[in-house]
Design a protein. Structure first.
Length: 294
């Protein structure tokens, strides 16, 4: 089969694809011969025509085509934990699309988990705290014109050099900003659990553990930005600190819920970002996974 076959099917069967996504959280298309970023974009646009730029996104990526980016460019020996894309931001995509251009020699799976199952795996106390309080995400972004530091600059994060454009973006999305000597400090309160707008089901929806300054991801990546603040931190939405025991319980629920399978060249994975979480396993060898969102 050819990419055109998948494009035609996707354009004519959107309702069926939505039903599958609402049931399973993700759908894998295999064996359609996709080879290029343009092939991938054509498939994604057949499903959701208005692809979105990665504005406000924290992960290091490179744009390879209009609306198409590399997946997160972290060193291959580290695992990227499960998360809902841009759940910390002023907006988040409904649909995520992944394309395997080159699978890793070993490892490198994009593991996924159903947020409904994660919620069910959590004990009632932890689940209720996140549902009631939500999550406060705090970030310190350096200025690209200043000294090098951890993470992306505010210019890279918001894909603009215009502070007024950043402020307008923040106002529209409910984000608080504070310009600092080293760059920009942001904070935003987001839900920890969401109700899916089409299915009415409740699902886990956050990445508090990845942002917390004492947990694995932040501990590895977020060396101190100046002397006062880590690059990332997360609290409960009321500003209270999240106990590490709560985050350990979250990660245990992730491990109990995750699905792992190997990529094959040309695969396309479509996720309902509100129901399905994703991450990346460590790998060896070359690996090229592209992503777009809508």
């Amino acid at each position: 089969m050819t990419p055109a076959v998948l494009v035609d099917w996707a354009a004519g069967n959107k309702a069926q694809l939505d039903r599958w996504l609402h049931q399973a959280g993700g759908v894998l298309f295999r064996g359609f011969g996709l080879k290029t970023a343009e092939d991938f974009r054509d498939v994604a646009e057949a499903i959701r025509p208005e692809l979105k730029a990665y504005v406000g996104g924290d992960s290091p990526r490179s744009r390879v085509a209009d609306g198409v980016y590399t997946s997160t460019e972290f060193p291959p020996h580290l695992e990227i934990g499960l998360h809902n894309e841009l759940s910390y931001s002023t907006w988040w995509p409904e649909r995520l699309f992944f394309f395997c251009r080159v699978p890793a020699a070993t490892g490198g799976e994009t593991h996924i988990a159903d947020g409904r199952r994660v919620l069910a795996e959590l004990n009632q106390t932890v689940r209720q705290r996140f549902a009631d309080k939500g999550v406060l995400y705090i970030q310190n972004l350096r200025d690209s014109k200043g000294p090098p530091g951890p993470g992306k600059s505010w210019q890279e994060t918001f894909e603009t050099d215009d502070p007024q454009a950043v402020e307008a973006h923040a106002r529209k999305g409910g984000m608080k900003l504070e310009w600092t000597e080293s760059g920009l400090r942001t904070s935003i309160r987001r839900l920890g659990v969401i109700e899916h707008p089409e299915t009415g089901e409740m699902a886990w929806f956050n990445q508090a553990d990845l942002w917390h300054a004492s947990m694995g991801g932040a501990e590895i990546w977020d060396t101190k930005a100046g002397d006062q603040y880590p690059h990332h931190h997360s609290c409960y939405g009321d500003g209270s600190e999240i106990p590490i025991a709560d985050l350990d319980a979250v990660r245990a629920a992730y491990r109990a819920s995750e699905i792992v399978y190997p990529w094959k060249t040309g695969d396309v994975l479509v996720l309902d970002n509100r129901l399905a979480m994703h991450g990346r396993k460590p790998f060896e060898g070359k690996r090229s996974i592209l992503v777009t969102m809508a």
